[in-house]
Design a protein around this ligand. Sequence first.
Ligand code: F6R
Length: 603
Amino acid sequence: MCGIIGHVGEGNAIDALLTGLENLEYRGYDSAGVAVQNGSGIEIRKRSGRLSELKTSLLGEQLEGEVGIGHTRWSTHGPPTDENAHPHTGATDDVAVVHNGIVENYAELRERLREHGHEFTSDTDTEVIPHLIGQYVAEGMATEAAFRRAVGELEGSYAVAAMVSDERAIYAARQGSPLVVGVEDEGVFLASDVPAFLEYTDTVAYLEDGDVAVIHPGGIELTDLAGRSVTRELRTVDWDPEQTAKGTYDHFMLKEIHEQPTALAQTVEGRVDRRSGAATLAEFEPGDFAGIDRVQLIACGTSYHAALYGSLLLNDAGVDSRALLANEYGDRSPPVDEGTLVIAVTQSGETADTLSALRRATAAGARTLTVTNVVGSTATRIADDRILIRAGPEIGVAATKTFSSQAVVLALLADRIARDRGDDSPLGPTLVSALKALPRQIERVLSSTDAGAIARRYHGSRSYFFIGRGLGYPVALEGALKFKEITYEHAEGFAAGELKHGPLALVTPETPVFAVFTGEEDARTLKSAEEAATRGAPIVALCPADHRATAVADAHLEIPDAPPETAGLLANVGLQLVSYHAADLLERPIDKPRNLAKSVTVE
Ligand code: F6R
């Protein structure tokens, strides 16, 4: 977890560092800090709490330096205190380091350094890094060699950036945590993710595991850990800086919910043959999936719910498929052979649980593919193949538009895999018309929804239940996850038919039940909703206007008429809005819910 930024260039780096940290705060917000190099040593300012605390502490101060590094933290070792905030220094203040990842052998390194007289002032694993660099410099090594040796001794994962007193350079390296370089006329950036510097430059190079970068005003030298030169392609990202700003919305989450029609149009663009109704997915050669016997989808959280959605569609298309939680994917996972395709669904492409499951699948001999939003992310490098969901940057910690785009890409993939295998029932024609209508139908949900009124009506309830069957089941799970994540209220999602097998005991007039109707055996979902209503629970039906559930329900969130393949996605947008308004009523920090971070890079 954590976000790191660095800048070397003309003029004061501090504004670029603070802007970068603001754009990286989605990666963690337990503390923030910066270090700048100003010709008379390194100056460090750091504070526990959100970046705003650091900014306030800098008011009225003329902190200056042309070279600087910064960090926003999601705690793994030690509580979120000023002492544990990055940047960390070594035995003297001559070396400053920011780090994202986990140094697994830090205790052992600490012990060794203590024998050389080093003392530590934080609980972090990171602090060993500046001490190691300082130790090797003190032993007479040049800075670059000392840096290289120090990172070479780290076990675990890291994206690390270091500065040394009176050198106009940043030394950086990555192993298992993301790091990207941004190049502009006046200087060079280094960051955990592109939005950190997007308003300065869109020319980027993604570093790979084992890369070491020395960044100075004249440019970048890239090598591997052994010092051999490496080249990483410079590319232009087509994200607009406007896309990463909130615009007129109060929260990124609301903005991203409203971006779904555009995001989905981008997701589908050029991927469907409008005449035949077939998913084309030009990333793959014709017949590429002909030898696939079964599919395993691995993912976490919201991406897991999209994976579940995808696995149901794959089964519909005749492909044997299962969605599995990435963090449970291990020795007891279903068998894998050369006919198995393992699909890692991950918005960030950096979720440690998913990456580790992906590595296990590769080791077991499966063919792998990742469905992700982030170009150049680690998942895209580990997997054999990749499909981008093209949803644009998602800043709100709660995933919204990326769930919809993931589900749609998986629907296309289900169709394409089935066709390549020669299965009888590809999803094609139904899917194509449903996908064509989806952006406009989402706009209708967004403009006509009663979500705000429903959130107010059930405000203060004891628990919130979400039920659905078939493709409505992953939506019920996702509805509950979103609700608990941003409101901090108790919420659970169930397969509708499961209510009577236990959860019904919890149902009272204080537990509203949101029932998702997708047109698949709705009579059975309605029966489950009625069983809850009989016990006094208020029912909120997500269904079209003329649906018979409206006669039973206490409240109705209208979704347009759509086939089951997309009805659930429309219902999900309604549920996203209910969660948003409920959290807003409770004055929760919607974009940055407590204890969570956007990208979970620890297992
Ligand atoms: C919930 C949420 C998380 C992520 C999960 C996986 O709103 O965002 O549950 O879905 O941490 O993240 P990715 O998709 O980046 O692998």
